[in-house]
Design a protein around this ligand. Structure first.
Ligand code: FNR
Ligand code: 8K6
Length: 347
């Protein structure tokens, strides 16, 4: 029984979704070399407009936010014009689309913008090399100054404005998966002793400044946030992180947001320091519309929504394999299985 997935839901007075199936943000590394969306990307997103909401692949807010090849940007007019073609095509097909705003923080690599250094909350690097570009070893970042942090806040806000100019229905701030915002929220990556580190109050400051700056520029109804309370990707877990996320969520509860989205690959994993699954932890600590994600199919997602575990579901890998995912679920048709071999081609 998947009927509940096909009931509409209002995120707020401004945005109503025609169904509860969201397309999760999915990096595909297929923008052109100027980081402008291509016609293939226009077609790819337009084919998925049946989703209640498409969340775009993570899109960089400024050149030094780039950590993977050919990830699209939203910091200049050519990129805005490229995204306008995507949003127009999605709207023509009856869909809605948010832009996911991204700075990869210490996972960035200066190879991509011709620089020499990377900034992050603290001078603590990640091990290893850039995916698909194994010759690029990650650098130890330089600790960002307070002035640079203020500039980052401004650049997220400007990117949000650019997204609206490009025709997006809203933005999802990428606060998950070990990138810049998430790096402020974990003790592993944030070793600062100024007003941005050292205590939960200080560690949530930058993420909240970004949320507030974006909200003040484009409105809370069009601002959403993705967070990863479980450090599971590019960051080492630390039991003290729990208090940081508890505070972040209680602070977010005093603000309006279009929705809150858990960043996770497999929501069946139980994290002791979160007292359960990521979605359970977020549900207990947040009043916001919650997007569930991570290893769900239509049946398990419908059951979770019916039992109020979350409100809507984001589907990732199955949406890569099936551009007509929503129609197939509605008709009870078989789905093509996902495999990593599907990644090099957009269809
Ligand atoms: C992702 N994911 C991801 N998350 C995010 O916040 N921004 C992104 O750009 C990406 N990119 C991305 C690319 C690829 C190829 C995969 C497989 C995943 C994570 C994604 O949004 C989602 O959380 C997971 O895929 C889990 O959901 P599914 O795939 O089990 O439905
Ligand atoms: C696809 C290459 C471009 C890189 C995209 C970055 C976004 C995330 C990529 C997902 C790769 C899977 C990682 C799984 C981590 C699970 C840890 C338990």
């Amino acid at each position: 029984m998947t009927d509940i997935l096909f009931t509409p839901v209002a995120l707020n007075e401004r945005i109503e979704l025609k169904n509860r199936i969201l397309m999760a943000p999915l990096t595909r590394c297929m923008a052109d070399d100027a980081l402008v969306p291509t016609q293939a990307m226009v077609d790819y997103y337009a084919r998925r407009a049946d989703a209640g909401l498409i969340i775009s692949e993570a899109t960089i807010i400024r050149p030094d936010g780039q950590g993977y090849p050919n990830t699209p940007g939203i910091f200049n007019q050519a990129q805005i014009a490229g995204w306008r073609k995507v949003t127009d095509a999605v709207h023509e097909n009856g869909g809605k689309i948010f832009a996911q705003l991204w700075h990869t923080g210490r996972v960035a690599h200066p190879h991509f913008w011709g620089g020499t250094e990377v900034i992050a909350p603290s001078a603590v690097g990640v091990e290893g090399t850039v995916p698909r570009m194994r010759e690029l070893t990650y650098l130890v970042p330089r600790e960002a100054t307070a002035l640079e942090i203020a500039q980052l806040v401004e650049d997220y806000a400007k990117a949000a404005e650019n997204a609206i100019e490009a025709g997006f229905d809203g933005v999802e701030i990428h606060g998950a998966n070990g990138y810049m915002i998430d790096e402020f929220l974990h003790y592993d990556s944030n070793r600062r002793d100024d007003e941005f580190g050292g205590s939960p109050e200080n560690m949530v400051r930058f993420p909240l400044q970004v949320v507030d700056a974006v909200t003040s520029r484009i409105g809370a109804a069009r601002t959403a946030l993705r967070i990863s309370p479980a450090a599971y990707f590019n960051i080492q877990p630390d039991a003290r992180d729990r208090a940081v996320f508890d505070l972040l969520l209680s602070e977010l509860d005093t603000r309006e947001l279009a929705y809150l989205h858990g960043g996770i690959f497999d929501d069946s994993v139980h994290y002791d320091y979160l007292d359960g699954r990521v979605s359970e932890y977020l549900r207990r600590h947040s009043r916001h519309t919650l997007v569930g994600v991570g290893g769900y199919d239509a049946e398990t997602a419908a059951a979770a929504i019916a039992s109020n575990k979350f409100d809507v579901i984001a589907i990732g890998r199955p949406f890569i394999a099936n551009h007509d995912y929503v129609a197939r679920v509605r008709e009870g048709a078989e789905l093509k299985p996902y495999s990593d071999e599907l990644l090099p081609v957009l269809y």
